[in-house]
Design a protein around this ligand. Structure first.
Ligand SMILES: Cc1cc2nc3c(=O)[nH]c(=O)nc-3n(C[C@H](O)[C@H](O)[C@H](O)COP(=O)(O)OP(=O)(O)OC[C@H]3O[C@@H](n4cnc5c(N)ncnc54)[C@H](O)[C@@H]3O)c2cc1C
Length: 408
């Protein structure tokens, strides 16, 4: 039986739109593709689709989004409350910001010009089943569709205690002040906030103009946190960033990112021709939560494979050294959160900026990795290495049902 489509992409967020855009650019060579996205086009809310987030990363090489970079900075700073920390000057690898709305506008323009790629918004995927002939049947709120292959970018884990070693939760506001309040040349990557219990909280400030910035409060904790749980931290972050004056709120964003996924994904379809992708399928770097560039790298590889007729591929796993270093770093953070500010301050004070940026961008050489390790105090890492890692056992328990109902 000829399927309705060669490929169905479940979810048209960052990962789904990244893949679809690349396929759209292939014109008649593209597989016949349908992207099924639950959210509507955004017109009902008066905001552009996808304008609920900004993506930042270091530009270590030319990339396809050069034309929509909204801001670029060559200096980032980390500071503890005691004033320890460092400034990384990286003029040749600036820290860049892309607005989600600009990203989705570009992807949609490419998709709407492509005869073989279609985007269905406001359409929810309910179930995916494998048919006896090896095709896939996707039940959607607009009816069923059959496909030869499926890329599933719906989150395959719910943010829940035990599903990741740590969760990075953040809530931010883009604010406009009535006078100049920010240094537009410097990103405050981590400005640690007053401690609350034993959790690590810091402000993240992206200065968009002398009187405008995105100010976020971020917490690393065992539990994922909703915006109300971050309200006091965000109030502190805005007060400190603006000298207590605050500003008019232009927009908000909230996110929960896994730092080291644990345990199996939620039950879902598996089989030849179906891959999972995106944030919760290994998209996020464990030690930082950064995912945008990793998702772009996956979309490059997956589109190349599809266009070569080889079917979709999942994200390549991290190299063994990077995976080991990330796991150890997150274990140390989880075991002793109060140590976090000094660990990050050491990293930024003592690691040469170019090495630090390559490490944070998933591109470290052995020497970069060695420089990172040498800039950190050895004792907590050796202690953690000597302690059994109990997290996977907790994850097993969570996966057996303590995290509640499957999300789909
Ligand atoms: C506010 C915020 C800021 C971030 N900032 C950065 C950053 O600066 N740098 C960085 O590297 N990473 C950042 N990230 C992390 C990461 O890059 C993003 O989360 C990214 O959007 C992940 O892409 P994704 O495709 O996996 O998920 P999403 O972009 O969330 O896309 C998943 C899509 O699936 C759809 N969907 C879900 N269920 C269904 C269903 N049943 N049927 C149909 N569609 C469905 C959703 O509507 C959604 O559009 C940020 C994340 C957030 C939330």
């Amino acid at each position: 039986m000829r399927p309705d489509r060669d490929l169905v992409i479940l979810g048209g967020g960052c990962a789904g739109a990244s893949l679809a855009e690349r396929l759209a650019e292939a014109g008649p060579a593209a597989p016949r593709t349908l992207v099924v996205e639950a959210r509507d086009g955004g017109s009902g809310t008066g905001t552009r689709f996808g304008d609920d987030r900004t993506w930042c990363f270091w530009r270590t090489r030319r990339h396809r989004h050069e034309g929509i970079v909204a801001r670029s900075w060559s200096r980032v700073r980390v500071a503890t409350r005691e004033g320890r920390g460092g400034v990384a000057e990286t003029p040749s690898t600036p820290y860049q910001m892309i607005r989600g709305g600009d990203f989705h506008d570009a992807a949609r323009a490419a998709i709407s010009a492509a005869p073989r790629v279609e985007l269905a918004t406001g359409t929810r995927v309910a179930a995916v089943t494998r048919l006896p002939d090896g095709l896939w049947r996707v039940e959607t709120s607009a009816g069923p569709v059959t496909a030869g292959a499926v890329v599933d970018t719906r989150p395959d884990r719910r943010p829940a205690p035990g599903a990741a070693r740590l969760w990075q939760s953040f809530h931010g506001r883009e604010i406009a002040c009535d006078r100049a309040s920010f240094d537009p040349g410097t990103v405050e990557l981590m400005r640690f906030l007053p401690p609350r219990g034993d959790r690590i909280a810091f402000a993240y400030v992206l200065p968009l103009a002398p009187d405008r910035a995105l100010v976020e409060a971020t917490v690393f904790a065992a539990d994922p946190l909703p915006p109300p749980a971050l309200a006091a931290d965000l109030a502190d972050a805005i007060a400190e960033a603006t000298g207590g004056r605050g500003g008019a709120v232009l927009r908000e964003e909230h996110g929960v990112l896994p730092m080291g996924l644990l345990g199996p994904p939620l039950p879902g379809p598996t089989g030849a021709g179906l891959v999972r992708a995106g944030l919760m399928a290994g998209g996020a770097r464990p030690s930082s939560g950064y995912a945008f560039r990793r998702i772009q790298a996956w979309a490059d590889a997956c589109s190349a494979s599809l266009l070569a007729g080889r079917g979709p591929v999942a994200a390549a796993p991290d190299g063994r050294l990077l995976a080991f270093m990330d796991r150890l770093f997150v274990r140390v953070l989880a075991a002793d959160p109060a140590r976090g500010p000094d660990l990050f301050a050491s990293l930024f004070r003592r690691t040469p900026p170019a090495r630090l940026v390559r490490f944070l961008s998933d591109e470290p050489s052995l020497l970069d990795a060695a420089a990172m390790a040498a800039s950190l105090p050895p004792a907590p890492f050796l202690r953690t290495l000597a302690t059994p890692d109990r997290a996977p056992a907790r994850a097993g328990a969570a996966a057996r049902g303590r995290i509640g109902e499957p999300a789909r």
